[in-house]
Design a protein around this ligand. Structure first.
Ligand SMILES: N[C@@H](CCC(=O)N[C@@H](CS)C(=O)NCC(=O)O)C(=O)O
Length: 223
């Protein structure tokens, strides 16, 4: 993949609360870790629902990654494809590899849904009374999952042996947990700090943020 033409889709701007949290970040991070050069197709808000984009992402979302003309969607699938091409993100040993795969799905299927639900309640639901009624139940669900994750991690620095694509996914998912909730799990807080201290993460974050600053004035004028 080092010699492939890679094109990632990302937004040219998102509201403040989403900046640094858009899912192209995890793809950028994996590509930066692997050292695969890539281009970014920066899309205007709304362009994700244009027919041309729906042909590559049926849900009208980002990210997508085109690899030598072959387009992939779903951040988990994209990360797995990148990881398959790089020993640093996926161990060769079948048992270790299977463990990483389980944690990839664990991050996306078991942790991200309740964490995403909490974000939906806090940021998107207009009926604040309804959101407040449901919130404690969702907080309990998130805490339950975090408790199990902390137990599974134990004193280890990474979730599945050495650093892998599973750590990229888990870290990006945990970054969406409200600070006060994550503070109840010091080992997970340290896990996020450890992984976001990696230079590849900083490069990914910087890459996502750059167009937001450049385009902010245009969006603010339009609103
Ligand atoms: N399951 C998808 C979720 C993608 C997703 O939620 N993308 C958001 C940005 S993080 C998006 O494009 N939102 C704009 C929209 O839905 O119109 C994945 O992991 O790739």
């Amino acid at each position: 993949m080092k010699n492939s033409k890679l094109t990632l889709t990302a937004f040219d701007w998102v509201p403040d609360f989403a900046q640094g949290h858009v899912r192209d970040l995890r793809v950028r991070w994996a590509l930066e870790e692997a050292g695969f050069p890539y281009e970014v197709e920066v899309m205007a808000q709304g362009a994700q629902r244009a027919p041309a984009h729906l042909r590559r992402q049926p849900f009208g979302q980002i990210p997508t990654l085109e690899i030598d003309g072959l387009s992939l969607f779903e951040s988990g699938a994209i990360l797995w494809r990148i990881a398959e091409a790089d020993d640093a993100l996926l161990p060769a040993d079948i048992a270790a590899r299977s463990r990483v795969l389980s944690w990839v799905f664990g991050a996306l299927n078991s942790l991200e849904p309740p964490i995403g639900m909490l974000a939906t309640l806090d940021l998107f639901i207009e009926d604040k009374d309804a959101a407040a009624r449901i919130r404690p139940e969702v907080v309990r669900a998130v805490q339950g999952k975090l408790k199990r994750l902390a137990e599974a991690l134990g004193p280890d620095p990474h979730i599945a042996g050495s650093f892998s694509v599973a750590d990229i996914l888990l870290t990006t998912v945990l970054r969406d947990v409200p600070d006060d909730l994550l503070a109840g799990f010091p080992s997970l807080q340290a896990y996020v700090e450890r992984h976001t201290a990696r230079p590849a993460f900083s490069a990914a974050l910087e890459g996502q943020m750059r167009p937001f600053a450049e385009n902010a004035a245009r969006y603010e004028k339009a609103s």
